[in-house]
Design a protein around this ligand. Structure first.
Ligand code: SIN
Length: 343
């Protein structure tokens, strides 16, 4: 039976309990302020440091610390060292951290199923088309809605397009039948795997490699920079470059922390984040390309490219997933996205 580390779990639970106690007492200090020592922003994320998100987080820290003359400090906690998929949203809402950058797929389970639009298979032909949503009116509307859960949506960032891995090529629907595929907690991704004949298994990112290694799941999907930095190539013999769907992030802050800050600091942080996200977007393709090269050189994993007929069969199999999301979030969201993509 696969279990996360008991020690890590216990310390996270204690940290959350502490944060809950402080939040219940209404103490402002939970928000990272230490009156005499300036401000510390704890930014937690689940991927490795040498990924687009990990590198953007470091750039954010450097910009904030330099521009504030060290008065505002940013502590970045990568690789789910502080909080993982199970508890990071709760940690943010309780003020145990000030900022996160979860994948867009992880907002559905906290009540924002419209974020799962980004998970729809074969909706976006390229990153430029995703930007029409994330940098446009629709993206701003999505971020603004996060305030309903006491979160402040600060901006979007790309990782890239996802591919499928397993211990066999996954080039058409028949290849998926019967496989247990690790998925993020997204209804769209689960429906996509079911539509392909696989069984979706929701697991946090930090548990995925071990679950693949021990056979708890047979395969997964991710951009190559995540696949490579988690060393998934050592436990998956085949990577199929299906490029079937997008994976990106939203930077979010604890609302009480954000509102308690002087306007000048908020502006400084917003500007630094905008530049860090631009930097992340600029390096994302190169990071994924160099991860693919490294993976091919490693000799562990065979890389396959579906031909156009196979892509057409994959696309046809997952098409009903779009209607399923429309039923959950309302047809208007889908129509708005399609209209933004068409203009
Ligand atoms: C991430 O890139 O933040 C994690 C993606 C995943 O959970 O698959």
């Amino acid at each position: 039976m696969f279990n996360p580390s008991t020690v890590a779990f216990t310390s996270r639970r204690r940290a959350l309990q502490r944060a809950a106690a402080v939040a219940a007492a209404g103490a402002a200090s939970v928000c990272g302020w230490a009156a005499s020592a300036g401000l510390t922003i704890r930014l937690s994320h689940v991927v490795a440091e040498d990924t687009p998100k990990g590198l953007a987080a470091q750039r954010f820290r450097a910009l904030v610390e330099e521009r504030s003359g060290g008065r505002i400090r940013v502590q970045v906690y990568p690789s789910a060292r502080l909080y993982g998929d199970h508890d990071e949203m709760q940690a943010l809402q309780l003020g145990a951290v000030e900022m996160l950058a979860p994948s867009l797929s992880k907002f559905g389970r906290i009540g924002f199923a419209e974020f799962e639009l980004f998970d729809l298979p074969f909706l976006f032909p390229d990153a430029a088309s995703v930007r029409r949503i994330t940098q446009g009116e629709l993206g701003r509307r999505m971020l603004a809605r996060l305030s309903r859960q006491h979160l402040v949506g600060l901006g979007f960032m790309d990782n890239g397009f996802k591919h499928m891995s397993a211990n066999r090529p996954l080039l058409e629907p028949a290849h998926f039948v019967g496989l247990r595929m690790r998925v993020q907690a997204s209804g769209v991704i689960a429906a996509q795997m079911r539509a392909l004949g696989a069984r979706p298994v929701t697991l946090s990112f930090s548990e995925t490699r071990q679950a693949l290694a021990t056979g708890v799941v047979d395969g997964t999907e991710n951009p190559i920079s995540n696949f490579w930095t988690q060393r998934m190539h050592e436990v998956q013999t085949d990577l199929s470059l299906t490029q079937h769907a997008y994976l990106g992030y939203a930077f979010v802050a604890n609302q009480r922390f954000w509102q308690g800050m002087p306007a000048g600091d908020r502006h400084l942080i917003e500007q630094a984040l905008r530049e860090a996200a631009q930097y992340g977007n600029q390096i994302a393709d190169a990071q994924n390309d160099s991860a693919l090269q490294a993976l091919q050189q490693s000799g562990f994993t065979r890389v396959h490219v579906p031909d156009p007929a196979q892509v057409a069969r994959l696309r046809a199999a997952v098409a009903p997933v779009h209607d399923g999301l429309a039923r959950r979030v309302g047809q208007q969201w889908l129509s708005d996205v399609r209209q933004a993509l068409a203009t």
